[in-house]
Structures are given as C-alpha cells and as structure tokens.
Ligand binder design. Structure first.
Ligand SMILES: [Zn+2]
Ligand SMILES: [Zn+2]
Length: 374
C-alpha cells in the first residue's frame, strides 16, 4: 500500500431539533418543517447523529447545498425556484453553511453531537468572517493593523537589551584585542643572534587493535572476529491507519467515508562489524638538532632502534627546518624574534641593522619586509 485511499460508507440524514416545540432528532433532509408543530427547519441547527440514530439515505442523488430563503430563512433544496415555506423567489439566495467534518478512529464511536454545538460552530464561523471582512475594510482605508502583542514583556526586553550590550561588548573587545595585538609600527632593529632548528618525526610500527565494518577491514589484518550489529535503519510498510470521517453535504445529508493512510515502521539494518589487529606506523617521538650561524645546517641522527618492517621497528618520518633570528629594538630594550626562510636568514648578519614592521604590543617582526638601515 503506497497511497492514501478512501472508502465510501454511505449517505445518511443529518438531524435537527425544532426551536419552537423542542422536538429533537428530526430528519434534516426529509423534514424541512417540524412534523410536530410545523415550524421551519433552521439549517444552523443541523447536527450529526449518534451511530444508533443513523438513518441511511438509499440511492441518494446529490444536487447541491440547500439555499436559504432570504425572506424567511428556511432551507430549500438546491435548484428550487420558490421557497417551500413562504413562496418567495429564491434567485440569488445564499447556500447553507456546512458543519465541520467529524472524525473518529476506526472502530470507535463518534463523539456525541448536538444542535447547540452546531449553532455555536455557525456563530463562531460568522464572527470570524465578520472580523476578516472588517480587517479587510480597515486595510483598504489605510487604518493601521492591530498592534501585535509584545513578545516577552518588559523582562524579555531588558534581557534582550542586556544581551545586545554584551554582544556589542564582545565584538568591541574582540576587535580591540585584534587591533591591540595586530598593530605594527616600522622600527629599526638590530640582529642579536641567529639559530636554526631541524626536526625529524620518528615513527614506530605498532600492532593495533581496531574495529570496522567488514568491507573496510584492511588487507593484512589478523585475528579478525566479526559479529552482527545494527548498522542503519530503514522505514518499511506496516499496514495502514484508518479513521471514519463524516462530511456534511449541506442538503440535509452527510457522507461517511473511511480514510486510510499507509503506515511505516523503522526496521534495523544489520551489518557485520569486525575487530582485528593490524600493523601500522605511528609517530612516537621527535629527533631535534639546533645550531648557530657558524654551524652547517644538518638534520639530527634519529637513532632508530631497529629498522625494517617488524613490529617495534622505527623509521624516519616528516622533516622540518626552522630559521630563527633574535632582535633588539634600537632605542628600546625590547627583544623580538622571527622564524623565517633560509635565504633571509643567510642575509642577516649578527649586529646588522634593519628597518621593518614590528609588533607594537607583541613579539613580532615581519622578516620578509626588512630593509637594510644605515
Ligand atoms: Zn416543532
Ligand atoms: Zn421563505
């Protein structure tokens, strides 16, 4: 079942109560006048019957909603030329308002309905329609729309302002901090020392226990053990949910239908999860060498314990070199430094003076923008 469906359960009489003599459960289609006192039916008093009071209308031919006589308010069948109650011409008369649908779960009884409930529903609908018309008229005349209710009240407002102030402060402080630490000025600086640092990451082959879905287990994995585990879920068809609905047809009858919608449920999708042991290279330590301008730049001896592809064997991994220059600001006592490229580092001799951007409030020298000074 992949779509909604509707099943016809027949056409029945709406009921009405006579407002003149109090007779109740009168048939809305058959009795346009009270069989007890002759009073005209008020179509706003039509209500749905309890199951026990249902009267079926066989071979019902639906023409349309009843129309209300403008002269006497009596309902007349659609298509009638003259009012059956007072004889007035029905041309251009308004159709009756429909009662809202009534619904009940499949197998459950419908909630009890009354003429009073029907009348209240019609009044509410009428008031809503009036309000809508008024709003439309106001809008057409340029009147301001009704003021929307203040959300949260004054407390919310104060909290809102507080949050706004905090947010503003945070932005200002953040910006200020950025400006404070990011500010640079051009200064004359003297190189006081130069150094280099080289590093080699040392990796060790290790035996690691891991787990993965079966198709992701790496080749060469050992001691593989798998089990069934929930991997995903999918929605599957699970019959349908139905309810019975009564629909006022406006001609003194209502139609009862069964409306069904397909239902789904979540079902687990299983997969095979495996634990396994695999040998992997992992970074375990770093070898480091440093030197000054007189020392040839060289990489450290990583002192590998054991080479090869065994568990516990080591190999040299990623290499890096950093060239650092220490500075003193002329006229000041501040010590500054920069990490830079080999070619700049080579050019700068200890004791030489340079001009370039330095941090006003933090240790920063833009060594890529240095110009010889004096
Ligand atoms: Zn009556
Ligand atoms: Zn009439």
């Amino acid at each position: 079942m992949d779509s909604s469906r509707e099943e016809d359960l027949g056409v029945y009489q709406m009921l009405w109560d006579c407002s003149y003599c109090g007779a109740s459960k009168l048939l809305a289609r058959d009795h346009k006048h009270c069989p007890n006192c002759g009073g005209a039916q008020d179509p706003t008093w039509r209500y749905f019957p309890e199951d026990a009071d249902k009267v079926k209308v066989e071979d019902h031919v639906y023409i349309g909603k009843d129309v209300i006589c403008a002269a006497c308010q009596a309902p007349n069948a659609a298509g009638a030329a003259f009012c059956g109650a007072c004889g007035a011409e029905l041309d251009g008369s308004k159709a009756v308002q429909l009662r809202g649908d009534q619904a009940a779960d499949e197998g459950a009884a419908f909630a009890a309905d009354t003429a009073r409930a029907a009348r209240d529903e019609h009044r509410a609908a009428k008031l809503a329609a009036q309000a809508a018309r008024q709003a439309e008229a106001d809008a057409a005349h340029g009147a301001p729309p009704p003021a929307p209710e203040e959300s949260g009240g004054s407390k919310g407002k104060i909290a809102g302002i507080g949050c706004g102030v905090l947010l503003l402060l945070a932005v200002v402080c953040g910006g200020l901090g950025f400006w404070w630490f990011g500010r640079t000025t051009v200064a004359t600086i003297e190189a006081t020392s130069r150094s280099w640092t080289t590093t080699i990451q040392v990796e060790e082959k290790q035996s690691v226990r891991e787990s993965a879905w079966k198709e992701s287990v790496p080749s060469g994995a050992e001691r593989v053990s798998c089990r069934s585990e929930k991997r995903d879920s999918r929605s599957v068809s699970d019959g349908e949910t139905c309810k019975n609905v009564r629909k006022d047809q406006g001609d003194g009858t209502f139609k009862e239908v069964k409306e069904c919608k397909p239902k789904t449920k979540q079902e687990a999708v299983m997969g095979e999860k495996c634990d396994y042991t695999v040998n992997k290279w992992a970074r375990t330590r770093e070898a480091k060498a440093t030197g000054g301008p007189k020392d040839a730049v060289a990489y450290p001896d990583p002192k590998l314990r054991r080479t090869g592809d065994c568990v516990g064997c080591e190999r040299a991994g990623a290499k890096a070199e950093v060239f650092t220059i220490q500075w003193r600001e002329s006229g000041g006592k501040r010590a500054l430094s920069c990490d830079t490229t080999r070619s700049i580092w080579d050019k700068v001799q200890v004791g030489s003076k340079w001009k370039g951007p330095v941090g006003v409030n933090k240790d920063f020298v833009d060594c890529a923008k240095l110009q010889p000074a004096g």
